[in-house]
Design a protein around this ligand. Structure first.
Ligand code: GSH
Length: 217
């Protein structure tokens, strides 16, 4: 059965990989699962038809037969559980890869999102400039720990896994902030993720929504 995911009809970054359907597209591409995409506008996301799929009125969602899922992490986990290639077979290695999925979303992503909010949502507040260094330092604290943990390995725990897929996706949100470049091994880690053919196919498919080029998904 071909799953259907939802993605932005209009995206703040115009399809340059930051919207969270990208993680789901990437996971689907890694496991070779074709998928369909339904684009939704900001208005449509808040309407009852979409709220049935996503209680918070956001993207991405995932529909497959009578299963409907929301939350990019849960969707990537579902894909990883049902297909080979994103979680190791060994039970302990699998549990550790899942721990990295949670770490990406629960420990590393929050301070990174704080920086986006500090710039985009709170940028005009009188205290915004004063707060930014604190927000950046909280990111640095996490990146320093992650950098030490990765050391000179290619991936976080053995072979590439859903944990790396989510961690790279989260780190990419640092975008032009320059913070990632302070940690050369993490910058190289992200570049390795972006160089994966499945990442490129997913990126091209998301971008195609805005450039009108044919999608690969
Ligand atoms: N924790 C959720 C976050 C979902 C989320 O924030 N989606 C954004 C797009 S990346 C969205 O729909 N924003 C529009 C809105 O919240 O109204 C996930 O990982 O799926």
């Amino acid at each position: 059965m071909i799953p259907t995911i939802t993605a932005f009809k209009q995206s703040p970054d115009r399809g340059r990989g930051l919207a969270r359907d990208m993680r789901v597209r990437w996971a689907l591409e890694e496991v070779g699962q074709p998928y369909k995409v339904r684009l939704v506008s900001f208005t449509e996301m808040k309407e009852p038809a979409h709220r049935v799929l996503h209680p918070f009125g956001q993207i991405p969602t995932y529909e497959e037969g009578d299963l409907a899922l929301f939350e990019s992490g849960a969707i990537v986990f579902h894909i990883a559980e049902r297909h080979a290639g994103l979680l190791p077979d060994d039970a302990n290695a699998r549990a550790r890869a899942i721990a990295w999925m949670f770490a990406a979303l629960n420990t590393v992503e929050p301070p990174i999102l704080d920086l986006s909010n500090a710039k985009m949502v709170e940028g005009d507040k009188p205290w915004a400039e004063e707060r930014l260094p604190l927000v950046r330092d909280r990111i640095r604290a996490r990146l320093g720990q992650l950098s030490a943990c990765l050391d000179d390995a290619d991936w976080l725990d053995g072979a590439f896994s859903a944990g790396d897929l989510l961690m790279v996706s989260v780190l990419l949100r640092l975008g032009m902030s320059g913070v990632l470049d302070e940690y050369p091994n993490l910058a190289a880690y992200v570049a390795r993720g972006e160089a994966r053919p499945a990442y490129k196919r997913a990126f091209d498919a998301q971008l195609a929504v805005f450039t009108g080029q044919p999608q690969t998904g």
